[in-house]
Design a protein around this ligand. Structure first.
Ligand code: ADP
Ligand code: ZN
Ligand code: ZN
Length: 888
């Protein structure tokens, strides 16, 4: 059964006598060759059902063959069972999947499974049922002779009489099957329920009491409902009044209704409808229902008159042809979204499409609304929280071109749009664009780059605080054109060499990847565009840094400084609104002194030591999770001997409690993962806040993302320290980004904004940089020097090898063995850190270790070498390769 066919299929499909198929079977890697039935055409990406062992499973066509490799045993070749779906990948899409698989060292099938809507690849299931005679409940009446294959019937005891002749295991299986409503269970279920089920099953099969059969896969399908369509409205006078009523209702509703709706509206029966249908006035037929996320806005919006900066940016973007990477560096509130909207509009009229990636869709309903208000139904939302059916339908809408704009989270970079005209990453620095697990651990920005190159379209990276990678990529070209060219030539040489040797795609510097792609078409130099001021000359908010050590000195033990207290009190009186930002719970791992601000650092790694406690009774230690340096947890501050020395943490709950006690009249809304768990909760919380239901919104990291509320005039940051001392080389960059984003939430309306930033480390350079947020560049320069010195991205590249397992000893030994196998890399100049325990060593009973590789920009590591490390790991240890990791 063919689910969907696109026109492109007929044109490009090739007839092959054989196909190489990637099978969807866990633990099985590699492609298998199958024969094609005469006359059937398939192309790479088509989804098939194929026989595999005794099963029927899903598979994806990799290649069509017109000749078989020498030595193939023709007799052993099997034919495919059928085509499940075709045309599910737009042109160039297949190429992206291959590249992701190679670059991120992930089996191709796993990449396909991640990209495709779930449920497309079906798998047949083995089920066990009672033989007919046993299951029908009429065994007492003897054997009617309906059954086959029950040869020695006379030996068969009644099931509920004599357990003596069969084993306990077999008896257990029988009992279970008898209790089943349908008379059968999946083999998997039986195995879980009954120990040694296999033995019992063999026994029962031999006796012929049970049968085993394969249930064919049921891949996800379009959903259909009966619809009634008016086709002829003449001569209403000929019909009975009841029939006339039906036709009138149908006409009033635009000529078409779902059958059930029409029946309810007219309070009539389907017999009446059939009678009218027979007279030729309407037809009843199945119609597809789209399970896409429905749009909630009906507002329309027209393009705004652009500011000068916006106009310059748009003018630079619009004429771009071919692949160009654009950094749109605009301060918070500078109107980046308006530029995106106006850049997309003309493309849609040309029939082109666009992908817009945002950090978290649930948190930015406003953004989606703005796109829908401008482009209506041409906008589709695509993210991992869609149901299987929604994802499947959205996917098909995109394939057929009914929807032209996709807004979504990182997985939307795999949305199957053809004819892409533009890709946008909003808040491109956000770490949610990187998948941590499961594999492939891809970064949506990297994949976006590849897609834009293959599709020959521009890529816009927008941010108020660009990632250092993006910053460097868009600065070097304008500032140091020469140096960059040399760099490229060196890489080009390397790429050529690798291609000549036919080496598999390699883990190599991004620049090299791009060079490999240049064969696909024009590749322009990166473009840097800036929006340095807020729209309508609104001022940036003033940032006041409060030294919390002094508050303690003044006898203020509240978590709110005097300044913040005053501001909160004023909020309520003035009728303005505020946002209170709290660091995320998981980030409170560093240890510091509340009296002097001292933070314990690793003597070897230049990161703060992490608070480490394996279980509740264990004595806490401080540990570096880069090099595993460990020391006892000091009782008092090593610097000033204060006993007010502990690890940091203040969750939303604690803060809301304190607010209730200290500001009983303040109306507070909590916005965190607890209060926003249900679908649509983000939107309703934000709507309530926007309507003025509360004075203060309290929340975590989530609040940094894209909230645009004009009446917010105050942002309070309870303690910036949790971010400052993340034990991570990106701590400063991330802190700068988060704090700038949070601060940017206020003063977006007519009244200016004010930020109160509380910290125990007011002298930290990042705090100073945030305070003068217009000067992003000096901060970046300092930070880049550090990175260069230590070979961190964007200069060197990182690869994280992650091990986990139930036995700490086995995990550690495995990590050590892999470390030893890395020797050849180290000889090429790759630096190895660890093995070391992960920041949180035990998670869900599994112990986690890791090895970090620092790879110089000039060294390329082959994906096959990294993948081969898998073979060193016993099955009890899971091994994951994280290329360009963000959380280390
Ligand atoms: P950013 O994404 O850069 O933080 P937004 O795109 O959210 O900024 O714009 C901030 C606010 O300014 C929004 O409310 C938006 O509607 C408004 N805005 C943007 N461009 C203009 C313009 N040219 N004229 C008037 N208002 C604008
Ligand atoms: Zn260390
Ligand atoms: Zn101290």
């Amino acid at each position: 059964p063919i689910v969907s066919g696109t026109d492109c299929y007929e044109q490009t499909g090739q007839t092959g006598l054989w196909v190489e198929v990637l099978v969807d079977c866990p633990g099985v890697q590699g492609v298998f060759t199958y024969g094609l039935p005469v006359g059937l055409m398939v192309q790479p990406g088509d989804i098939l059902s194929v026989p595999f062992g005794a099963q029927q499973i899903g598979g994806v066509v990799v290649r069509c063959l017109t000749a078989l490799p020498d030595g193939t045993n023709l007799a052993q070749l099997r034919e495919i069972d059928g085509v499940i779906a075709r045309g599910f990948f737009p042109p160039a899409y297949w190429e992206i999947l291959l590249r992701v698989a190679e670059y991120y060292c992930t089996p191709l099938m796993q990449v396909i499974r991640m990209a495709l809507p779930t449920g497309l690849l079906g798998r047949s299931q083995r089920r066990i049922k009672l033989s007919q005679e046993q299951g029908t409940g009429n065994r007492e009446q003897g054997t009617g002779g309906r059954e086959q294959g029950t040869g020695n019937r006379e030996q068969k005891p009644p099931l509920d009489g004599m357990p003596c002749t069969i084993s306990t295991v077999a008896q257990q299986i029988l009992t279970l099957l008898q209790s089943s409503k349908t008379g059968d269970y999946s083999w998997q279920y039986l195995q879980r329920q009954v120990p040694n089920a296999y033995r019992g099953l063999q026994e029962l099969l031999k006796l012929g009491w049970v049968e085993s059969y394969l249930q064919p896969p049921t891949p996800i399908r379009p959903k259909q409902r009966q619809a009634v369509t008016l086709i002829n409205q003449a001569d209403v006078a000929l019909l009975s009044p009841r029939q006339q009523e039906v036709l009138r209702v149908l006409q009033r509703q635009g000529g078409e209704l779902w059958l059930t709706d029409l029946l309810a509206l007219c309070q009539t029966s389907s017999t009446t409808l059939k009678a009218i249908a027979q007279k030729g006035y309407l037809i009843i037929q199945p119609r597809e229902v789209l399970r896409s996320e429905s749009s909630e806005t009906t507002v329309t919006d027209t393009p705004k008159a652009l500011t000068k900066d916006q106009a310059i940016a748009l003018a630079a973007i619009q004429p771009l042809a071919g692949y160009t990477s654009v950094l749109l560096h605009g301060v918070t509130g500078s109107g980046k979204t308006e530029v995106y909207l106006q850049a997309i509009a003309p493309l849609l009229d040309e029939g082109k499409s666009a992908i817009v990636l945002v950090p978290e869709i649930g948190l930015t309903p406003q953004l989606t609304d703005r796109f829908r208000a401008r482009f209506g139904d041409r906008v589709c939302v695509y993210h991992s929280a869609l149901s299987d059916g929604e994802r499947y339908d959205t996917w098909r809408q995109l394939l057929t071109g009914t929807a032209q704009v996709v807004i979504g989270t990182r997985s939307a970079i795999f949305a199957p749009l053809a004819n892409l005209g533009l890709i946008i990453l909003d808040e491109e620095h956000d770490s949610s664009f990187k998948q941590d697990q499961p594999s492939p651990c891809y970064h949506a920005r990297t994949v976006a780059q590849w897609r834009a190159e293959l599709e020959q379209c521009p890529l816009i990276l927008g941010s108020a605080t660009p990632s250092l990678e993006t910053w460097v990529a868009h600065q070097e070209v304008s500032n140091q054109g020469m140096a960059n060219d040399e760099y490229r030539m060196a890489n080009q040489g390397m790429a050529n060499k690798r291609m000549a040797n036919q080496e598999p795609f390699a883990i190599s510097p991004t620049e090299t990847l791009r060079e490999q792609n240049s064969e696909f078409g024009i590749r322009n130099s990166p473009v840097y565009l800036s929006l340095p001021a807020r729209v309508q000359a609104r001022p940036m908010p003033a940032i006041e840094v409060v030294d919390m050590r002094q508050e303690l000195g003044r006898g203020n033990r509240s978590i709110f400084s005097q300044s913040l207290q005053a501001a909160l009190n004023h909020l309520h009186e003035s009728g303005e609104q505020g946002i209170l930002f709290i660091q995320r719970r998981g980030h409170s791992t560093f240890v510091s002194c509340r009296s002097c601000g001292y933070v314990v650092m690793c003597p070897h790694c230049d990161v703060s030591l992490a608070y480490h406690q394996i279980h509740a009774e264990a004595r806490p230690v401080l540990r570096c999770h880069y090099c595993n340096y460990t020391q006892a947890h000091p009782e008092v501050c090593p610097e000033c001997q204060s006993s007010y020395f502990k690890h940091f943490g203040s969750g939303t709950q604690r803060v809301t409690q304190a607010l209730e006690q200290e500001f009983p009249t303040l109306r507070v809304l909590r916005f965190d993962s607890d209060t926003t768990r249900t679908k649509g909760a983000h939107r309703s919380l934000l709507t309530r806040f926007a309507q003025g239901d509360a004075d203060l919104l309290v929340g975590t990291q989530m609040l940094t993302k894209g909230i645009d509320l004009p009446q917010v005039t105050l942002v309070g940051i309870v303690a910036a320290d949790g971010l400052l001392h993340l034990s991570d080389y990106r701590a400063s960059e991330r802190t700068f980004q988060v704090l700038t984003q949070v601060a940017g939430r206020c003063g977006r309306g007519d009244r200016p904004g004010r930020v109160i930033l509380q910290t125990y480390s007011p002298d930290h350079p990042v705090i100073a940089a945030v305070q003068q947020q217009q000067q992003y560049e000096p901060f970046v320069q300092t930070e880049l020097e550090q990175r260069k010195l230590l070979n961190y991205p964007p200069y060197g590249r990182l690869i994280l090898l992650k091990f986990s397992g139930l036995s700490p000893g086995v995990v550690q030994t495995t990590a050590a063995q892999v470390a030893a196998a890395l020797q050849p890399l180290q000889e090429q100049g790759v630096e190895r850190l660890g093995p070391a325990a992960a920041a949180i060593e035990r998670v869900a009973r599994r112990y986690r270790w890791q090895i970090l590789l620092k790879v110089p920009a000039t060294v390329a590591i082959s994906a096959s070498f990294l993948s081969s490390l898998r073979d060193l790991c016993p099955s009890s240890v899971s091994f994951a390769i994280d290329i360009d990791p963000l959380n280390i």
